[in-house]
Design a protein around this ligand. Structure first.
Ligand code: HEC
Ligand code: HEC
Length: 309
């Protein structure tokens, strides 16, 4: 999981810091495929989200967010120097820190058999935009950040009542050997408290027009959307048959998803059938209200309201 990169001009080397394995890779930038031309590996603090290189001084400086340390690595050889950013006072509690560590940890046989981490599919608690093939059919990865409070049961159809149960089941399905109760608790706590991502600047700008927002909200409730998507972003905790052709699996009932930050999580529906919100709102065979029949203005206002959630 590469997270940051810097280039050193004089030697034409790339420095890439990777989450999950907590390494900085030195790559030959002249190679056809630099990822296959690793020249050196450096052990660095955990959670490396930033790297800078000084060509003149021949050092790389890495920010390890999880260890809350800065590492100064001499590129010409010599010992790495690490500096504690908060003088030993971690900014999050131990259980959340353990959960975060597990969430990003790749190559943990308890979680998956093939080295994949939770954050490979849920990058930083979001979603990869991929629709995966699962035993029940095609399933779109949901965003976790800001969506796990009051939204049980979990899964499009799997109906697990608690996050711990859901995550235990996930690791079994991913071929992992299973996590102990302590680790499951920590992962659940971390995932549940992931902060809701900020609204995009484009959405905030559109929302300056309160009139459109109010009109969109009126359309949302007039069309009956609020009977399942409670209050807008919320859910009724029930499953419904609203998928036009019944879905791609033996099960045609799907859990009402949370619409929090729905503007950021295309494609839509359990099987990713709608590439955009427009496609979803224009589908004449929709069983969620009759949005295809709305006037252009009402549909646009509805879209703006949805993007504001
Ligand atoms: C291979 C990609 C992949 C990996 C790895 C993965 N997930 Fe998921 N996640 C998905 C998909 C796809 C779904 C929806 C599956 C379904 O409902 O049947 C999902 C659903 C979820 C949900 C349910 C969200 C909701 O709103 O109902 C949670 C919670 C979750 N994942 C947490 C995790 C955690 C924690 C890990 C690591 C232990 C993890 N996932 C690893 C792809 C992945
Ligand atoms: C009867 C309950 C119900 C009603 C009414 C309803 N929805 Fe839904 N909504 C669902 C369910 C269930 C899904 C998931 C369907 C699937 O994945 O196949 C869903 C999915 C969605 C999604 C995509 C979510 C995602 O993450 O992919 C959006 C957007 C949405 N609904 C908006 C609306 C709007 C707008 C209305 C009103 C015009 C509406 N819904 C009315 C139950 C409902």
């Amino acid at each position: 999981m590469p997270r940051a990169m810097a280039y050193r001009q004089s030697t034409q080397k790339l420095y890439v810091t990777c989450m999950g394995v907590d390494l900085m890779l030195e790559l030959d930038a002249r190679a056809v495929d630099p990822m296959r031309a690793i020249t050196r590996r450096f052990q660095i603090p955990r959670g490396p989200t930033g790297v800078a290189v000084s060509d003149e001084r021949a050092v790389a400086v890495v920010w390890g967010q999880f260890d809350e340390q800065v590492a100064v690595i001499p590129l010409g050889g010599g010992n790495t120097k690490t500096i504690d950013a908060y003088q030993g006072n971690q900014s999050i509690d131990a259980q959340t820190a353990l959960g975060r560590d597990l969430f990003y940890r790749s190559e943990d046989a308890r979680i998956t058999f093939d080295g994949v981490a939770c954050s490979s599919c849920h990058p930083d608690g979001g979603e990869d935009g991929v629709t995966w093939s699962t035993p029940e059919g095609m399933r779109q990865t949901p965003m976790l950040a800001g969506r796990l409070h009051g939204t049980a049961p979990y899964g499009w159809t799997r109906k697990q009542g608690t996050l711990e149960e859901y995550i235990a089941d996930t690791s079994t399905r991913l071929g992992g050997t299973g996590l102990d109760p302590e680790s499951l608790k920590a992962l659940a706590k971390y995932a549940k408290n992931l902060p809701t991502p900020p609204k995009s600047a484009a959405v905030t700008q559109k929302l300056e027009s309160h009139e459109l927002f109010d009109r969109g909200r009126d359309v949302f409730f007039a069309e009956g959307c609020g009977s399942c998507h409670l209050g807008g972003p919320g859910t009724d905790a029930k499953s419904h048959k609203v998928t036009p052709d019944g879905g791609t699996s033996y099960d045609d009932e799907f859990d009402t998803p949370s619409l929090t930050r729905i503007g950021l999580t295309a494609p839509y529906f359990h099987d990713g059938r709608y590439r955009t919100m427009d496609e979803l709102l224009r589908d004449p065979s929709s069983k969620m209200g009759s949005t295809a029949k709305l006037s252009e203005g009402d549909r646009n206002a509805l879209k703006i309201y949805l993007e504001s959630l």
